[in-house]
Design a protein around this ligand. Structure first.
Ligand code: GLU
Length: 291
């Protein structure tokens, strides 16, 4: 029996709230139950929105919760070379293409497609890529990139699906509709996802998959809001020859009005609760992990 490796992977773009506490505590509990290891990863590729003060606050809040993680912490911003290597591998398989439309050009194209009938949205509600850059001759794309035009590198989903075949994953938690056990991945619902941009040469999907593999993560325990994204992760794992972790998507914590918690709502931030005199045991109880 090999050692299970779990990870908690917050983004330092705000303070942790009760939803993060639940995820971190559940990871910690599951690692302990299984005699496994718990890693911490700071997902800070978005250097515009991530801040060192939030990262410091994450360490402080997790320590206060009584969570212990292994050192060193992996900070994604220190590993752009790993993501670039993965992009190069996908490019070598002819599975990426650059698109050059601005956000407003994309919105206009979507509006036009919607007028002709409803244009599909991805599981997060974002319209699929409506442009035709996939048809652009490779030489033209390369020339425009060399000329310094802003671009997004997209996965050619049809070609990727043909390459990878049917994919599944093992789910030990559950999806939004109770999916559990062996789940069939449907990455096509995301269309030609962006895997890197000129100004940010990676993406959440790419970095998470590379890091889970490089860190030897065996069990990904995270919120149900990322259930559908797992299909893209499985596809990237297949294309890049990476191992397949077991996934456990957990319920989300909602506020009193039934809304998903957000980093913008101060009331449920762990620091506000701590300042109000609550203790780690109270937080456990509040998220339903009472002991
Ligand atoms: N960084 C992501 C977040 O804070 C979590 C990524 C993951 O667990 O896969 O929502």
């Amino acid at each position: 029996m090999y050692t299970r490796i779990l990870r908690f992977a917050p983004s330092p773009n705000g303070h942790l709230h009760l939803g993060h506490a639940y995820s971190a505590l559940l990871n910690d509990d599951m690692a302990r139950e299984r005699g496994g290891r718990l890693l911490l990863r700071i997902e800070d590729i978005d250097t515009q929105r991530c801040r060192l003060e939030y990262e410091a606050a994450i360490y402080e809040d997790l320590r206060w919760l009584g969570i212990a993680w292994e050192q060193p912490v992996r900070r994604q911003s220190e590993h752009f070379a790993d993501y670039a290597a993965a992009i190069a591998k996908l490019e070598a398989q002819n599975l990426l293409y650059p698109s050059f439309e601005s956000r407003s050009e994309i919105s206009a194209l979507v509006a036009e497609r919607d007028r002709q009938g409803h244009w599909p949205r991805d599981p997060d509600g974002v319209p699929l890529y409506p442009g035709r850059a996939r048809k652009m001759p490779a030489a033209e794309g390369a020339r425009r990139r060399r000329a310094g035009e802003p671009f997004a590198l997209r996965l050619a989903m049809d070609a990727a699906l043909t390459r990878a075949g049917v994919l599944t994953w093992r789910e030990t938690g559950s999806g939004p509709q109770g999916q559990t056990g062996l789940v069939t991945a449907t990455p096509q619902r995301w269309g030609d996802v962006v895997l890197a941009r000129k100004e940010l040469p990676t993406s959440y999907h790419l970095s998470v998959v590379i890091d889970d593999a490089l860190q030897g993560v065996t069990d990904v325990v995270r919120g149900q809001d990322l259930f559908w994204a797992t299909a893209v992760h499985r596809l990237l794992q297949a294309l890049l020859g990476l191992p397949e972790p077991v996934y456990h998507h957990h319920r989300l914590i909602f506020d009193a009005e039934g809304r998903k918690l957000s980093k913008a709502t101060q009331a449920t931030s762990l620091r506000a609760l701590r300042a109000a005199g609550l203790r780690a045991a109270d937080i456990r109880r509040m998220v339903g992990l009472g002991r």
